[in-house]
Design a protein around this ligand. Structure first.
Ligand code: NI
Length: 169
């Protein structure tokens, strides 16, 4: 078991997309279990994508239950249906100290593979739908900041920079 370091914006590795997982072996199980350990070691963490941990693979681990006992691991997730539109405040473990309103589909259907490589499908709405869309973005090398308009994004980036300087001094 190990806790992976969590990359922080503006680390360029956050923009490197994950590769499709094709081998479902013991090594993959180890990575997923380390990802969950890393997730549970963070405060207020809903989900983590492998790309936030410098791992170039399409894997995300999700658990936002109070008891941290509802782990969901999505491998190679893809949205196959979406509907509705919903705007809600969003934050990210890799962009600490700030948040912004992001518009996303309110209902989605995805396909993914489980830890054994078995294809699965699932429908989601509410917080789970938002969470999965945020994570799939991560796996494509996209941060929620990139979904904001230019001005809003620049303002938020300046705020992040200021927070970083404050932290150092
Ligand atoms: Ni995130």
């Amino acid at each position: 078991m190990a806790i992976y370091p969590l990359l922080q914006f503006p680390d360029p590795l956050l923009n490197r997309p994950g590769k499709t997982v094709t081998v479902f072996d013991e090594n993959l199980k180890e990575i997923v279990s380390n990802m969950f350990e890393t997730h549970y070691a963070q405060e207020n963490c809903a989900a983590l994508a492998a790309t936030q941990l410098g791992i170039e693979m399409k894997i995300t681990v999700i658990d936002f239950s109070d008891m941290k006992n509802q782990p969901l691991c999505l491998i190679n997730p893809e949205i196959i249906e979406k509907s509705g539109s919903h705007q809600e405040e969003e934050g990210c473990m890799s962009v600490s100290g700030v948040s912004a309103k992001i518009t996303r589909a309110s209902r989605i259907k995805i396909k993914y593979q489980d830890i054994t490589g078995q294809e699965q499908q699932m429908s989601a709405e509410g917080f789970m739908a938002k969470c999965i869309q945020h994570e799939i973005d991560h796996l494509n090398g996209v941060l929620y900041l990139e979904r904001l308009n230019h001005l809003k994004r620049k303002m938020l980036e300046m705020k992040i920079l200021k927070l970083k300087i404050k932290k150092k001094s």
